[in-house]
Design a protein around this ligand. Structure first.
Ligand SMILES: NC(=O)c1ccc[n+]([C@@H]2O[C@H](COP(=O)([O-])OP(=O)(O)OC[C@H]3O[C@@H](n4cnc5c(N)ncnc54)[C@H](OP(=O)(O)O)[C@@H]3O)[C@@H](O)[C@H]2O)c1
Length: 294
């Protein structure tokens, strides 16, 4: 097959930005950010896909403002549920493959062992419900589609826990972080590299492996543990653990969202790194914190 054309949405986001680089090794990437393609505009999606005629669509765009979604559910569902369905229908029309990302927030978090793909879902918030509906819409379209569920995404750019914590570390002597929600931090580069590894053997090979996969670094922690790993052995700030009940948010979050990537690793022959190692690799690319910042 000739070098495939890859249509990438959400190219300005954490994962999308990384995918634009990682996927360029495997095809001609047409990278569209929010300004270039608004996934809330169904007609625009159809028009762009029919114009580009990609062999692979990678949807890294999403309405990711979890708390805002509670009061803006129509927008969240348009982007996270309707748009993936349209992309899947268009992929089917073109006999293209779709790669899409979903979330551990499709689960209710009542488990205490890592979730496999067939575990029952039960989203606790609008964001999770909209992402779950997106998974279903893709399934209904009947296209060759690979859906990667992940969680706790961070990177050196964008809006994420790592950057927020580094900013707070400069401003405060003590940071209070939720210590009773469990998950796994995922560097956006880890996700883009794993995605590229799945694409590397070719699109027919990928198409045969259509389905739902959990995609996360190895290991688990709490937001408090993640914060401690970020601050390291710096003398300040102190990182205090608090209960979820002490940090009320508009959206309820699952207490446990650890995902087992066993199916992905076995299917694609790819080993996900430990989250500590990924964090260290990300930090090694970032400018050092100013002196005295801890
Ligand atoms: N971030 C997480 O912790 C997390 C956790 C679990 C799963 N995921 C999933 O992982 C995937 C990648 O997320 P991410 O972490 O890279 O999120 P992100 O950094 O928030 O990026 C999402 C991108 O989508 C764009 N977007 C929002 N609304 C759009 C619209 N109507 N049309 C087109 N683009 C739009 C955003 O642009 P603007 O900023 O301009 O709006 C942003 O560039 C998503 O499917 C997300 O649901 C993320």
């Amino acid at each position: 097959m000739a070098r495939p054309t890859i249509l990438l949405t959400g190219a300005g986001g954490q994962v999308g930005f990384e995918l634009a680089q990682s996927l360029a090794r495997h095809g001609e990437v047409i990278a569209l950010d929010h300004a270039a393609l608004d996934l809330a505009d169904a007609d625009a999606i159809v028009a762009i896909v029919r114009q580009v005629r990609p062999n692979l669509i990678v949807n890294a765009a999403a309405y990711t403002a979890v708390d805002r979604a509670e009061s803006d559910s129509a927008a969240a569902f348009a982007v996270n549920a309707r748009a993936p369905g349209i992309l899947a229908e268009e992929a089917k029309r073109l006999d293209a493959v779709l790669i899409h990302y979903s979330t551990d927030y499709v689960f209710d978090g009542q488990r205490t062992t890592p979730y496999a793909e067939d575990a029952p879902t039960g989203p606790l918030n609008v964001y999770g419900a909209s992402k779950y509906e997106g998974e279903c819409a893709i399934g209904q379209a009947g296209a060759h589609a690979v859906v990667f569920r992940t969680g706790w995404v961070y990177g050196a750019r964008g809006r994420n826990f790592l950057l927020t914590l580094l900013r707070l570390a400069q401003e405060r002597d003590e940071i209070r972080i939720v210590a009773d929600q469990y998950g796994t931090p995922n560097w956006c580069r880890t996700l883009s590299e794993a995605t590229a590894a799945a694409v590397a053997p070719g699109l027919p090979w990928l198409a045969e492996r259509s389905g739902l996969y959990h995609l996360a670094s190895a290991g688990a922690t709490t937001w408090h543990g993640f914060a401690q790993a970020i601050i390291g052995d710096a003398p300040r700030p102190r990182v205090a653990g608090i209960a979820t009940s002490e940090y009320p948010t508009p959206a309820r979050r699952p207490a446990y969202g650890v995902l087992s990537s066993r199916k992905f690793e076995a299917t694609f022959g790819y080993r996900m790194p430990d989250w500590h190692d990924a964090l260290a690799a990300c930090r090694s690319e970032m400018p050092a914190a100013p002196a005295g910042a801890g």
